[in-house]
Design a protein around this ligand. Structure first.
Ligand code: AMP
Length: 445
């Protein structure tokens, strides 16, 4: 390890204290909530905040054990959840900002205790992501915002003209909007659904080029699809690995039978399937920039707010279409949105079996299934009440992921802590740089 790495990892905090300069750029620090092992803090920005704040450092120690040292953590947001604390213990916290010129002075020291139940008192002040307050009206609120911001007034006015009944229907899933094609559940007749909603492709038309990802039941590859008389088009090819059981084959093709029913610029398009030879394949349009979460993480800070809102607008359009068709996604997250070369975002991943079985974000819920807790609405976690309204909750989390460039929602909090905190009224804080228009105080809803 070089002296600089040593300096950076072991003595950054102490060393920077010596060179910290200027007034504290941290306003009032307050406790949002506390559980036995965690304390959530947030703070305000000072007036005339310089715009070169890189992140904030939070230093803390148990008050009774100051001599045994302290811990610190960093965040880019105006809030933090400090985890791994001891129950019923008073901790001392102070926060400082880091700019390109180094650390600024610390805020005042504040004592907060774990394990008390002072959450409710602060609820009214806790900021919430617009859509994380579940309710059928939320999607319209979001769309209103996006349409206003992106100048899409025409479709906004059109949407506004829809009657209250239609609006209500959109969120109940069982009554899709009249006049719009209705989603058919392939489980009613899986074989018929594949015939009806997908096109069989001759495998000789497919050229597989390279592996780009690991799917649930096989590899995902990029390649080309040849259509006689037309130019080859780039495609992604999902393959079903050999030795599959009949149930796996059915589950694999189920996604194609669902995707094949959709036709929208913000839903990943199905080109066709290969079912008459092996390997069984699903061929979809190729999305050059891959999944939205990793794309944003690789391009942290690279986009304007208008570009980020444009991405979210795409996801909202796709989700509006799905709810109009009476389809509930159940697993909307930035990792399940794909981005093309023009930054158009499209909703993907229509493999609902995974929601219950082999999900990358699994957690047992009270009824024995597995669901992606951080993205899932409370009523869906507790009662499995999935609906377009619960998709709206997930959309709120996606908004937060996008505005924070792929940050993990609720950071390193455990799933159990997330469930309890949400129940107690905690909501994801405003991401750094997120305009107020995208973020509401609870009292506004
Ligand atoms: P999935 O099984 O759909 O979750 O896909 C696994 C991974 O493959 C994704 O996270 C993407 O990185 C990649 N992938 C899936 N579909 C596409 C596509 N249509 N275009 C480009 N990359 C894709």
């Amino acid at each position: 390890m070089s002296i600089w790495e040593y300096f950076y990892t072991m003595h950054l905090t102490q060393a920077c204290e010596c060179v910290s300069a200027g007034p504290s750029l941290v306003g009032v620090v307050r406790k949002d909530w506390a559980s036995d092992n965690s304390i959530a803090l947030s703070w305000t920005e000072v007036e005339q905040q310089p715009n070169d704040i890189l992140d904030y450092e939070i230093k803390y120690y148990a008050k009774e054990q100051e001599q045994s040292g302290y811990s610190s953590t960093r965040t880019k947001a105006l809030s933090v959840v400090v985890t791994g604390l001891k129950p019923s213990t008073v901790y001392v916290f102070h926060v400082r900002a880091r700019t390109a010129a180094g650390f600024t002075a610390y805020s005042n020291k504040l004592d907060f205790s774990t394990g008390d139940s002072g959450v409710a008192a602060d609820q009214g002040q806790v900021l919430v992501v617009v859509t994380a307050a579940v309710g059928g009206f939320s999607l319209l609120v979001i769309l209103t915002l996006f349409f206003l911001i992106t100048g899409r007034c025409q479709s906004f006015i059109k949407a506004k003209r829809k009657s209250d009944d239609k609006r209500r229907d959109r969120f109940q899933n069982v009554l899709p909007v009249p006049g719009i094609k209705t989603y058919v559940d392939p489980d009613e007749d899986p074989t018929q659904a594949v015939h009806q909603f997908t096109t069989e492709i001759d495998p000789s038309r497919i050229r597989i080029e390279r592996v780009i990802g690991a799917g649930e039941l096989g590899e995902v590859c990029s390649g080309r699809l040849r259509t006689p008389g037309e130019k080859d088009i780039p495609v992604a090819i999902k393959t079903l690995k050999g030795g599959y059981a009949e149930r796996q084959r059915r589950d694999f093709l189920r996604e194609a039978s669902i995707m094949g029913q959709f036709d929208h610029p913000n839903i990943v398009r199905l080109e066709g399937v290969v079912t008459k030879s092996t390997p069984v394949m699903i061929v979809v349009e190729y999305m050059e920039n891959g999944s939205l979460d990793s794309f944003l993480r690789h391009h942290d800070g690279h986009f304007t707010v208008v570009q980020l809102v444009g991405m979210l607008h795409g996801v909202a359009s796709g989700m509006t279409y799905l709810s109009d068709m009476g389809y509930v996604h159940r697993d909307l997250s930035a990792r399940n949105v794909l981005v093309d070369e023009g930054l158009v975002c499209k909703v993907s991943d229509f493999s609902p079996s995974r929601v219950l079985e082999d999900h990358p974000e699994p957690a047992f819920n009270t009824m024995g299934g597995k669901i992606p807790i951080r993205w899932t609405a409370p009523e869906a976690i507790t009662y499995r009440k999935f609906s377009s309204a619960s998709d709206v909750w997930s959309y709120g989390i996606v908004m937060w992921e996008v505005m924070s460039y792929g940050e993990r929602p609720y950071w390193e909090m455990s799933n159990q802590d997330v469930i309890l905190s949400i129940e107690e009224g905690y909501r994801l804080p405003v991401p750094m740089g997120c305009p107020v228009a995208l973020y509401y105080r609870r009292s506004c809803l």
